[in-house]
Design a protein around this ligand. Structure first.
Ligand code: 4NP
Length: 160
């Protein structure tokens, strides 16, 4: 039985990528695939290492029954490119930062989250940090859409 490891990446690892991590974990648990799909998140920046997710992200997530409270910010490290099968960026700046950090042989593991969305045709998950509460709802809507598509794509790769 094979397994797949996925890491969601944004800038701070306190808003978008922990939200994606929680949404994906919920989908994977409900699909009874927790032992086959490893999920993590990280930030390209170092400002929020060790911090819990932004309170606005936690509040918005809680309304949809996702619990972000145990997550803590960490920064992407070069070893992540060997450890994970997919490194999934939220926006173009994350994608560029990951591409610059990645060993060349792992660069094809870097993808954009919204590639996997089927309802929302946005190319990126916009940073909600400097905006209002509604930005955090949009992030969750986008994560729910894209993570469903991602799970479908991963199922196709898992040999049962
Ligand atoms: P995230 O949001 O990348 O979705 O976690 C941000 C969090 C913090 C900052 C920027 C974006 N910041 O500038 O500290």
């Amino acid at each position: 039985m094979n397994s797949i490891a996925v890491c969601f990446v944004c800038l701070g690892n306190i808003c978008r990528s922990p939200s994606a991590e929680a949404v994906m974990r919920d989908l994977v648990e409900r699909a009874k695939l927790s032992d086959r799909i490893v999920i993590d998140s990280a930030g390209t920046g170092n400002w929020h290492i060790g911090d819990p997710p932004d309170e606005r992200a936690q509040r918005a997530a809680k309304k949809r029954s996702y619990d972000l409270s145990a997550l803590r910010g960490r920064q992407v490290v070069v070893d992540d490119f060997a450890r994970f099968d997919l490194i999934i960026a939220m926006d173009d700046a994350n994608f560029t930062a990951l591409t610059m950090l990645s060993p060349p042989e792992h660069r094809d593991k870097i993808r954009m989250l919204m590639e996997f969305a089927t309802r929302d045709d946005s190319r990126v998950v916009v940073d909600p940090y400097f905006g209002g509460e509604e930005g955090f709802e949009t992030v969750l809507d986008q994560c729910e859409d894209a993570c469903e598509g991602l799970l479908k794509a991963l199922r196709a790769q898992l040999i049962v």
